[in-house]
Design a protein around this ligand. Sequence first.
Ligand code: DGJ
Length: 370
Amino acid sequence: MNIKPIITLCLIALMTSACGVKETATMPLIKGETFADDEGNHINAHGGMIMEKDGTYYWYGENRPDSTPGNRQLGVACYTSTDLRNWKNRGIVLPTNETEGDLLEKGCIVERPKVVFCPATGKYVMWFHHELKGLGYGAAHAAVATADNPLGPFELIRSARVNQGVAPMNIDPDNLELDWPDLDWWTPDWRNAVEMGMMTGRDLEDGQMSRDMTIFVDDDGKAYHVYSSEENLTLHIAELDSTYTNHTGRYVRLFPGGHNEAPAMFKHDGTYWMITSGCTGWAPNEARLMRADSIFGPWEQLPNPCRGEKSELTYLGQSTYVMNLDGNYTFMADIWNPKNLADSRHLWLPVRFDENGTPFIESPYDTNKQ
Ligand code: DGJ
């Protein structure tokens, strides 16, 4: 056996650690198997994301109850890691509570939390989709909380609809003033009215609905809130101010009537990309891919970025985040288990780029791939 290459590798490894060169963490491949934390429990952080700060990775997500009747959501969970493989349970960083009438009273719904560090304030800012206790998915609020420490506790600042009284930048103002007739849902006239902005006009005074969402921070430090609005029919992209806690009122509508949920945005070589899902509750559907040269569009829709077995169902998952690790991108998705949401599984798959620079994902179920 030629042992020269092995000795060379060992020497390089020794020199690297002796010089104190930081080893780069890489994203593991996760294909829906259980993923245990430091206590041996499946990681209960769903619809989430990973934020890096000072060499530590923070995985935030929905803590979901198991199938025990009467179990309620505890809030937003956080796990930390330095290698993206071994995760320590850091508990609930945004808790729900037992206080009657409180916005975060147990029984409320907390979904798709996203946390970013705000350089202007030095605070960690968490946005999430928030539904009020007893109202199902009717409130359609975006909530924002801040903390001085990435491990929290995060304090709620606001839970509300968004961009109250402000019209999107890419709508004909006349459409907002139209007196829309009472149209039956899903008819061609209704679809046309939705496209023109019927829902935006309806919600102008009280603020726009905000359900599935993400936060995207651009290279220039500007942050944007991307959310499913208008009864989940239309996506909005809304600019946040320098504190990342308020909307500036500059926002656009995307794909009116397109029925997009679960937005996950990333930027590669100057192009903005977004992966979304359709709207089928907890059931998986086919992912969508969108691109734009400018954050406010125009956005163009491209074919499903998933390839191979079960690509028509996003490998049974639904997008939550695209993690950018030094220019390597990972598609993060949830395989929901509505009978036991705590046991929903994680899918972390590499995003690759084809010869035209278009992102794609390969099936974890194709045995000859990955
Ligand atoms: C789909 C959304 O993407 C999820 O976050 C969750 O809200 C489910 N719908 C609830 O049915």
